[in-house]
Design a binder for this molecule. Structure first.
Ligand SMILES: [Zn+2]
Length: 411
């Protein structure tokens, strides 16, 4: 998921470049051998504006990207830079990224049209928070972004992880977690007999985590065999009803999205949809299996029309705005919260029964939804901070837990 740091407005000029900006520039110059140093410190205002630039505080990097002889952008050179940084903006303290008429920020983590005076065809601008400017160093950047060497490949994967899953040193929930395996991670069973403990069956597996191969134990109910039969029956669910059936959606996947004949990871792949391609949402019925919500979609290809299933989380409505949904567009909801404390900043956010990504989903809250925190309690789990809230789900107010990482305080 793409994310960026909350913006801290520059207020004046410092005396020179920050160490964090120097480290980020050095890393990117090493990583992209065609890029050049476009400078860090410059006591000036934003081009065409009156406010101070992040360069004035020495906490912005201009990474020069080659253009064509006519000064046109060469996105095949610039996009790899922005794509590398997009999922890690928050971690690296990047608050603003601009390239080729697009800008990314905490408010627009997937980018929006950039309307500034300078089109940024010839450089990527990277504005950092003051903390990142003073704290970030080369080793930290390398630990987040890698060093350009592809991660090792797992030999003979046997299963796929269906939710964020802890890999533990021993077959018990009390054992330390070696790593959190993201949903979709491929793992290979070691071959030792499964163990039972803490109401789970545990399987010893190998997996790639970060840049290395790790071995440990996982709860087998969160695995699905690759190419095998489903371990659980497909559960048809009407808990979420997109009001937008028939509308166009855009595929947003890191690589390609598999469109399948049935709503499960074991379903035959009918076609692979490239990121950015358009699908039409067909049905207001969803299937839940393998840790994904599946929706039925239609694609139109040269060969004709093809219907199938895709995982809901990898498609977004076209024309989805970065701005919160206006009150009038949520008029369908009968219930109303007494007082909103937060709003959802993600495209959509699951309201769950318990503060963990493996808990049952009570509702899917669209971008801009209001929630009200009901108890001043925070729980840390699955790399998220969870808070207990009331939220509007159709005609009802439902209590549950949401990851506060995807909330902003209500105005
Ligand atoms: Zn700049």
């Amino acid at each position: 998921m793409n994310n960026f740091a909350a913006r801290v407005t520059p207020v004046g000029c410092s005396s020179g470049p920050t160490p964090g900006a120097k480290a980020l520039l050095a890393y990117l110059l090493d990583r992209f051998d065609y890029s050049r140093n476009g400078g860090i410190f410059n006591c000036r205002s934003v081009v065409g504006g009156t406010t101070f630039s992040e360069h004035a505080e020495g906490r912005a990097v201009d990474l020069m990207i080659p253009t064509t002889g006519q000064g046109r952008p060469r996105p095949e050179l610039g996009d790899p830079v922005t794509q590398l940084l997009m999922p890690h903006g928050k971690r690296l303290g990047i608050q603003l990224m601009i390239y080729n008429l697009r800008a990314w920020s905490a408010k627009s983590p997937n980018g929006r049209e950039y309307r500034g005076k300078h089109p940024h065809y010839d450089h990527v601008h990277l504005g950092m928070t003051p903390i990142a400017g003073s704290m970030l160093n080369y080793a930290t950047i390398e630990s987040v972004l890698g060093n350009g060497t592809p991660p090792p490949k797992l030999a003979d994967p046997t299963h796929q992880v269906t939710t964020g899953l802890n890999l533990r040193t021993q077959p018990t929930t009390a054992a330390p977690s070696i790593s959190l395996l993201p949903s979709g991670t491929e793992v290979a069973a070691v071959g030792t007999p499964p163990q039972t403990a803490d109401e789970h069956e545990w399987l010893q597996i190998r997996a790639i985590s970060g840049m290395r191969e790790v071995e440990g134990w996982v709860a087998s109910r969160y695995l699905v065999a690759i190419g095998g039969e489903l371990t659980r029956p497909v559960e048809l669910s009407r808990e979420i009803k997109p009001a937008t059936a028939g509308l166009a959606y855009r595929v947003e996947a890191s690589d390609v999205l598999n469109m399948r004949a049935s709503p499960a990871l074991s379903g035959d792949v009918l076609t692979q949809l490239s990121s950015g391609s358009t699908v039409e949402l067909l049905a207001d019925v969803l299937a839940k299996s393998d840790g994904f919500h599946w929706v039925r979609v239609r694609v139109t290809t040269d060969a004709g029309v093809l219907d199938g299933w895709v995982a809901r989380k990898f498609i977004v409505p076209i024309d989805a705005s970065d701005e919160p949904v206006s009150e009038s567009s949520t008029a369908g909801a009968v219930a109303e919260l007494a007082r909103a404390t937060h709003r959802v900043t993600a495209t959509s956010l699951y309201l769950r029964q318990e503060p963990t990504t493996s808990a049952a989903i009570l509702a899917e809250l669209p971008n801009g939804s209001a929630v009200m925190q009901v108890a001043d309690v925070q729980k840390e789990s699955d790399t998220y901070t969870w808070i207990n809230v009331h939220a509007v789900a159709g005609p009802r107010i439902v209590e549950g837990w949401v990851a506060a990482d995807f909330l902003a305080p209500a105005a």
